[in-house]
Design a protein around this ligand. Structure first.
Ligand SMILES: [Zn+2]
Length: 298
């Protein structure tokens, strides 16, 4: 019996050692990137779906349990998860994944962040001191984050370093080709003015040369009010937007109201992996986003 238990323990240890790197991704996009790089060397747990507002997640026991067993946290950073991730990390009791440790990775640290406020005033809503945290919708950022994440994964799991490098190189080559295609397809979108529900498309619009002329939220993180929407409607006379964008996780009511009053299309974008049936992976997010925006132009 003792030997049997010992054999089981050894077997389990071997199995765990084989599971290699256990990654806790806060959001689908970075979970998907870790999987692209790590392939079968990693086990990726993704804490949220495309239908959840990543700012507002409950620090549930299931998240703590996952964080406790993880070797690496992959977060968006720039305060996106400030409302829940610090609690999860603290209560996980896992020293290796605390902020500042190699087991803690923030995507936003590796890109040029947009909208870093000149002054900090909480009266302006959920203002992100570290800049806009929704960095993944510029595909160039995905590569910057991918390079840094590969290095971090290799550091934490040296025996698989070569596999991570190879995984990233393969992804890089495919991504470069896809970016060329997206940029070509999206050319008609250049200069197109849009309204957005929340400022979570800043990097996308910046990459495509589109113009954000207003947000349906009166302040970041504050739900649209009828007074604010009426104001936007009046502004259509002087600063006309061509479409109104929202993420899959945002309620459609405010967009639909603007669309109904103005006749411009309300476009739902996947925002992240799983947001639409087409957005099956990172490539799918951009394929589908570009197609949906082009459809909005017609
Ligand atoms: Zn935000």
């Amino acid at each position: 019996m003792k030997n049997f238990i010992l054999a089981c323990v050894l077997g389990l240890t071997a199995a765990l050692a084989h599971a290699d790197l256990k990654i806790f991704a806060t959001v689908p996009e970075w979970g998907a990137l870790a999987k692209e790089i790590g392939g079968d060397k990693v086990r990726v747990y993704t804490a949220t779906t495309a239908f959840q507002d990543p700012h507002r997640i409950e620090a549930k026991p299931s998240l703590l349990a996952q964080a406790r067993q993880s070797n690496l946290i992959v977060a968006a950073g720039a305060d996106l998860e400030i409302g829940w991730l610090p609690l999860v990390l603290r209560d996980s009791g896992n020293a290796a994944i605390q902020a500042g440790r190699p087991g803690y990775f923030e995507a936003a640290s590796f890109v040029n962040r947009l909208e870093i406020p000149a002054t900090l005033d909480r009266a302006n809503g959920d203002v992100h001191a570290a800049g806009n945290p929704h960095t993944h919708l510029d595909p160039r950022n995905v590569l910057k984050v991918g390079e840094a994440l590969t290095a971090r994964m290799a550091e934490l799991d040296a025996p698989n370093a070569a596999a991570y490098q190879a995984g990233y190189q393969a992804f890089f080559a495919k991504w470069q080709m896809a970016m060329t295609r997206w940029q070509k397809e999206a050319a008609p979108l250049k200069g197109v003015p849009v309204l957005v529900h929340h400022a979570n498309f800043v990097y996308l619009l910046n990459w495509l040369g589109m113009k954000e002329v207003g947000t349906l939220e009166p302040k970041p993180g504050v739900e649209p009010t009828s007074g604010h929407l009426t104001g936007l409607l009046a502004r259509q006379q002087t600063v006309p937007a061509k479409m109104v964008l929202r993420a899959a996780y945002q309620q459609e009511g405010p967009s639909q109201w603007i669309a109904g009053k103005t006749g411009i299309p309300a476009i739902m974008l996947p925002y992240t992996v799983g947001g639409t049936p087409e957005a099956k992976d990172l490539f799918g997010i951009f394929d589908d986003t570009v197609q949906r925006l082009l459809k909005g132009l017609r």
